[in-house]
Structures are given as structure tokens and as C-alpha cells.
Design a protein around this ligand. Structure first.
Ligand SMILES: [Zn+2]
Length: 55
């Protein structure tokens, strides 16, 4: 099981495998932090894999 990273707050539609992903850390004006969860848990919340992250 892999751990993924998800933004909290707005733009919470993707999960990320790379903590340095610009989509995870960008839009600082709305950035409310991030949290980690299992990939399965992210999918259960309706999140989809980020296309920018290196896998
Ligand atoms: Zn990403």
C-alpha cells in the first residue's frame, strides 16, 4: 500500500505521490496545508491520481 499526499482546503481533487509536486504546493494563496493517507483512502474520497507526479 502506498502513501499519497493530498492538499487540504481548496483544489482538493487529486492525490500526489511526490511531496515536491507543484500541483501539491502551488496556489499558495489558497494553500491550507497537506495531509498523507493511503492511496486507497484517497480513492475512496473520490480523488484521482495527479498527472504531474513522478511515479
Ligand atoms: Zn502531483
Amino acid at each position: 500500500m502506498s502513501i499519497v499526499h493530498v492538499r487540504t482546503g481548496d483544489y482538493r481533487t487529486k492525490y500526489h505521490t511526490d511531496t515536491g509536486c507543484p500541483s501539491l504546493n502551488g496556489k499558495q494563496d489558497t494553500y491550507m496545508g497537506q495531509q498523507s493517507m493511503s492511496e486507497d483512502e484517497a480513492k475512496e474520497q473520490g480523488l484521482t491520481a495527479c498527472q504531474h507526479c513522478k511515479r
